[in-house]
Design a binder for this molecule. Structure first.
Ligand code: ADP
Ligand code: MG
Length: 779
């Protein structure tokens, strides 16, 4: 070991020499000059001292002050200066794959190197790391995975967890694990870095660790909300169909005007309510639709295009940053803008995208200044909020939504639907416009919608449905679910965790001892609630995936059936026509969607929705979710038939009902048709009622012994939402999972249900099936 020490020492001296050489070279000097201009530089020595003296330090500072690129580098430099260059090992985690890669490239360049020398990176499925790599940028998921096999992080000297303010699930998970690890590794240093100021929370979690703030400065930014944006861009409240010649219905306009007056006085409680109440009534239906249910789809794109047009032709010079929800949107918007005569003109506009799958040459352009007279427009996801800094930004366009989770989780589960951001995020986005001079921010949503945003983004750990979270703990092999979750920074409720575990056992995702079953393992890989995941898996197994994907997508989006208060009867009969006496809200969605898909092939999707009181946004949402489900199922190997082959998939309605039952069980109630009414009962609540907009609510008789339902809500009585009638045999065969406690356990559980509902004839059937299945299993 003395020899090894000598080798290390010699290597450390070489590294020190190399570092000095670079710093004294002309390019190195230039780089140092830039680095010294960053606010973090003034705090360098104090930061290093604090880190040397404390096991945990919390660092906060404005975006762009130099946390990510500088702080890990300061530590590396000082270790090299102290001739520990060959033995230190610094790991810095990033929530996103792309920031891990781009930061490592940047830091390497600042050190006059290429990635793979002293600085490297490792993300899912790729990485560059050499023998001499001492500073490794990796995703949080990668470090969690390493912790599975190396519980004490042997050999690691510093762990830096970046962007903790985002409160991603992986980061919260990682903090639990690290907190547990610190006493075993007293020499290990932990540095937590955050953009905004909730440093106290983290400091308390690590028993009063010192906090450090790097002061920064930004110029004021003027906020324009949708009302102003529409004015600026020429959309006018009074001119009904000037922009968009869609509806010609005069009576409709009058009704809207009346509704507008009514709505103005409403008090808003949620974003959805705020949008309901928002004064969109003056716009034509198409504009309205894109506003009231904002989705950066082609209609929303037109608004963005208009805003950009305005900036490019009328405003002062300065780069523009457009916040979009995801890569798909960014790419489609980019295509659209490129065909615009002004925005697509490369002598006027440099149009760039900022997302994970772009080439690194394009990535670098984001930081460069364009030629004089050329305006830089960067289309980015919410990663540009805090993790990437565009230095010359003066204008920000904010669509107000984000796909919240963009983390590279261990099992790589993406979040499927965009949702509204928080006030903190909106402020952060706005702030991106004030780095070099006073800026302008265009929020593409009304002021009242902003007012109804929550203050802060809820931590992902508390936002993720608990059932999914419990599966996550198990699939990450983090031991007892309860023990683990209760140590979190902000732990979920005890009873809710217990309920979630109980539920997972019933549906067969966990066994008696809380171990993942095969079903559970598959469910943990699908980014949907377990019940929906189970439906998808069964749909794949029983070859009826096409309608089942529509059902699952339909349950994940807003109700596609519109019920305008002034046309309720018409809307109800439109829905009834989709229900076709099928006694199923879920099948009604399938038929509505299939009709829309058919109409779309003749370019009549819009009219179809208009005529049938369907939300076209929701139809499109279902369509896009279906595509995502399909590729997810394909990735996990659950389907292997070719894409776009939907028509050949089975459409056996009985089978589809049974698969819906497989997913929704134990959400089941018994149906007893009486002379004048129908009595519904669940095991837990006794008598229950149906929501009035269910297709089953108006039925005089329901010719099914059972209804499975998606959700129940307790108001005065318990109400069921979205239900489907199913037969005895469907319940018997699909009601619980056979993998739970084997066939016997399965039958016992069902037996409990049947006994409870005291249906003797069913018990007969049950006994027969039990006997036959028993014989089958014996055989
Ligand atoms: P923070 O983490 O505090 O938000 P960073 O360390 O990411 O700040 O960035 C510090 C500065 O370095 C910023 O001014 C940023 O614009 C600049 N910078 C970061 N990455 C690059 C890059 N790849 N090319 C040029 N400049 C960069
Ligand atoms: Mg940063």
């Amino acid at each position: 070991s003395i020899i090894l020490e000598k080798i290390h020492h010699r290597r450390s001296l070489q590294l020190r020499e190399k570092q000095q050489e670079w710093q004294e070279s002309p390019e190195g000097q230039k780089m140092l000059e830039f680095r010294r201009s960053l606010p973090a530089y003034k705090e360098r020595d104090a930061l290093l001292k604090a880190i040397a003296e404390n096991q945990v330090v919390v660092v906060s500072g404005e975006t762009g002050c130099g946390k990510t690129t500088q702080l890990p580098q300061y530590i590396l430099e000082s270790e090299i200066e102290a001739a520990r260059g060959a033995t230190c090992s610094i790991i810095c985690t990033q929530p996103r794959k792309i920031s891990a890669i781009s930061v490592s490239e940047r830091v390497a360049a600042e050190r006059g190197e290429n990635p793979g020398e002293s600085v490297g990176y490792k993300v899912r499925l790729e990485g560059i790391k050499g023998r001499d790599t001492r500073l490794l940028f990796c995703t949080t998921g990668i470090l969690l995975r390493r912790l599975l096999v190396d519980r004490d992080l042997n050999g690691v000297s510093h762990v830096i967890v970046d962007e903790i303010h985002e409160r991603g699930m992986n980061e919260d998970f990682l903090l639990i694990v690290l907190k547990d690890l610190l006493p075993r590794r007293p020499d290990l240093r932990l540095i937590l870095m955050s953009a905004t100021l909730n440093a106290e929370l983290f400091s308390n979690y690590f028993s009063g660790a010192p906090t450090f703030h790097i002061p920064g400065f930004t110029y004021p930014v003027r906020a324009h909300f949708l009302e102003d944006v529409l004015q600026i861009t020429g959309y006018r409240l009074t001119a009904y169909n000037q922009i968009d010649d869609y509806g010609q219905d005069k009576a409709w306009k009058m009704q809207k005007q009346a509704a507008m007056k009514k709505r103005k006085t409403q008090i808003t409680s949620s974003v959805e309510d705020a949008l309901e109440a928002a004064d969109f009534s003056g716009y034509s239906p198409r504009v309205q639709e894109s506003l009231s249910c904002w989705n950066p789809d082609p209609i929303g794109f037109n608004l963005i295009e208009r805003v950009l047009h305005h900036i490019v032709t009328k405003e002062r010079p300065g780069a523009v940053l457009v916040f979009m929800t995801g890569w798909d949107d960014i790419n489609s918007l980019k295509d659209q803008l490129q065909s615009d005569p002004v925005l697509g003109d490369p002598s006027r506009v440099l149009l760039l995208a900022c997302h994970g799958s772009m080439a690194s040459s394009e990535q670098r352009l984001i930081f460069d200044k364009p030629e004089d007279g050329v305006r830089k427009i960067v289309l980015a996801t919410n990663m540009a909020e805090t993790s990437i800094t565009i230095n010359d930004g003066v204008f920000v366009v904010d669509c107000g939504k984000a796909k919240e989770t963009s983390y590279d989780a261990l099992n790589n589960t993406p979040c499927l639907l965009p949702s509204w951001i928080s006030k903190a995020s909106a402020r952060q986005r706005r702030g991106r416009a004030g780095r070099v001079q006073p800026g302008e921010c265009y929020h593409l949503y009304p002021r009242c919608v902003y007012d109804s945003f929550s203050n802060y983004q809820m931590p992902e750990l508390l936002r993720t449905p608990l059932q999914s979270l419990c599966l996550q703990v198990k699939s990450l092999q983090l031991g007892s679910i309860k023990n683990f979750l209760f140590q979190a920074l902000e732990p979920p409720e005890k009873l809710s965790v217990e309920n979630a575990i109980g539920y997972l056992k019933i549906i067969g995702a966990l066994d008696e001892n809380e171990n993942l079953t095969v079903l559970g393992r598959h469910l943990s890989m699908l980014p949907v609630e377990p019940k929906l995941g189970k439906m998808l898996i069964y749909g794949a197994i029983f070859n009826c995936l096409d309608p089942i994907m529509t059902v699952v997508a339909g349950l994940s989006v807003r109700d596609p059936f519109l019920m305008p208060f002034d046309k309720k009867d018409l809307a109800e009969s439109a829905k009834a026509q989709f229900a076709r006496n099928g006694y199923s809200d879920h099948l009604a969605i399938v038929r509505a969607y299939e009709g829309w898909r058919e109409a779309e092939t003749h370019m009549q999707g819009h009219e179809y929705c208009w005529r049938n009181f369907l939300s076209i946004q929701t139809m499109r949402g279902i369509d896009s979710l279906r595509k995502q489900f399909y590729s997810l199922l394909k990735d996990t190997g659950l389907v292997n038939y070719p894409d776009d082959n939907a028509s050949s998939w089975a459409h056996d309605e009985h089978l589809v009902r049974a698969v819906i039952c497989a997913g929704l069980f134990p959400g089941v109630c018994s149906v007893v048709n009486k002379e004048k009414s129908i009595t519904l009962k669940t095991m837990e609540d006794g008598q229950v009622l149906l929501y009035s907009n269910s297709v089953n609510a108006a039925a005089p008789k329901i010719p099914y012994p059972w209804l499975v339902f998606n959700e129940k809500v307790k108001v005065n009585s318990v109400f069921l939402r979205d239900s489907t009638g199913i037969s005895d045999s469907a319940l018997l065969l699909f009601g619980a999972d056979i993998s739970t406690g084997g066939l016997d356990g399965h039958l016992k559980m069902l037996g409990g249900y049947l006994e409870f509902f005291m249906q003797p004839s069913l018990s007969e059937t049950y006994l027969t099936i039990r006997r036959e299945l028993g014989e089958l299993v014996q055989a």
